[in-house]
Design a protein around this ligand. Sequence first.
Ligand code: AMP
Ligand code: MG
Length: 497
Amino acid sequence: MAIPTSPSTPVSLTASAGWRLEHSYAQLPALFHASVAPTTVTAPRLVRLNRPLAAELGLDADALAGDEGAALLAGNRLPPGAAPLAQAYAGHQYGHFTTLGDGRAILLGEQITPRGERFDVQLKGAGPTPYSRRGDGRAALGPMLREYVISEAMHAMGIPTTRSLAVASTGDPVWREDELPGAVLTRVAASHLRVGTFEWAAARGDATTLRALVDYTLQRHFPDVPADAQPATALLNAVIERQAALIARWMLVGFVHGVMNTDNMALSGETIDYGPCAFMDAYDPATVFSSIDRQGRYAYGNQPGIAQWNLARFAETLIPLLHAEEERAVAVATEALGVFAQRFQHHWLAGMRRKLGLFTEEPDDRALVEALLAWMQQTKADFTNTFAELEPAMPPADPRHTDAEFVRWHGRWVDRLGRQPQTAAESAQLRRSHNPAFIPRNHLVEDALASAEKGDLNPMEQLLQIVTAPYDYERVARDYRAPAPDGGERYRTFCGT
Ligand code: AMP
Ligand code: MG
């Protein structure tokens, strides 16, 4: 009989290394969680550590970078004060209600940072939980690195998102269509409360449980809601506002989430669950990357409508708390949901003005933006580069000189710039801080992950350096700015990660 080289249940470390874990979520009623420890792995090895994030969390990056750190980030050891659990939730997947829960993610606790903030620290791919159903509880290296790269790029663009503290490989294979190297991602989030958490509460809990969840979510994410506000109504309005702002941010950088099921919509307003997501190259509202999204439900242009649909599912869960009379409760929910479109449009147009370098507001601004988008769609222009390369004086070598429609649009834009008091330099500065020069281009991400799977981490490190400085226009890195050689139209991403 082989002697196990690692204990079958993780043991706790005693040295602190900056860990300061609390467990407020665990105080919620029992139906919201199940205690479960990570399952140990054969050969933990750190593939990537996010040192700046470790520092923000108050963690000792050098300690995490060593053998003990790798053991911890792969789930073989628990940090001091950890009380691991899996969260229960439900959700609408592609429109159909189902019960879910963390099937492969384990929350270690909530780290209290030196600034007093509270962040969930979760191991994704840490082994089976009571909610795993038929899944193995594991994750493959490629998709975990993908989440790391894209979430950190989103953060660098200033878009609310969960973060990635580390990826550790496990030394164990995972079986998907092929045998793949296994890995664990350490995800950091304002919380993992989802629309699906409320759907679970509404399906399985009573009014008291639901109210406890409302109060908890308000305390955790919306502490500024006045004490005399109606809690459920206040929460609904606040969540709607955060989602309107978030989806606008996605649309402004061409981000396609890919799997906007209600269990993948965080109440904090952070982008969460990077599965089949990708950035659009050529502008087209019908852009879909996910191989399983055959109907295009989660296409780029559908995202605002889907967010509103998800928020309607959220509002439904709150009906018993919105008003004692159901009819009145439905009226309250309907009114709140009606505001979403308007708030989304507000955030979107404000963001588009910044992308065009506009400080002031004119009634025709929307038409100006739409004319540019129509031109981009017709000519299959690259979304990111069209904005990044906008200049009042078109360089002589720009091929768009011969495109009458673009030249006409450009003239309109230059006239519009001339009607604001700000200088050309101020406008350029505004554009350059809102139009990323660098996004994680799909073909570059794929190349970097393919190399990483073969053991060469250099392409990924280089890509990370570039995409975590998205507004660095001084950097000359032409290969990282070019769209995919074939236009990227056939690019496909896969779920079942
Ligand atoms: P996702 O598409 O990543 O949002 O996952 C949907 C649901 O499937 C969640 O409840 C996950 O926890 C679960 N899940 C995904 N992959 C696995 C896996 N390998 N093992 C167990 N559960 C999984
Ligand atoms: Mg999910």
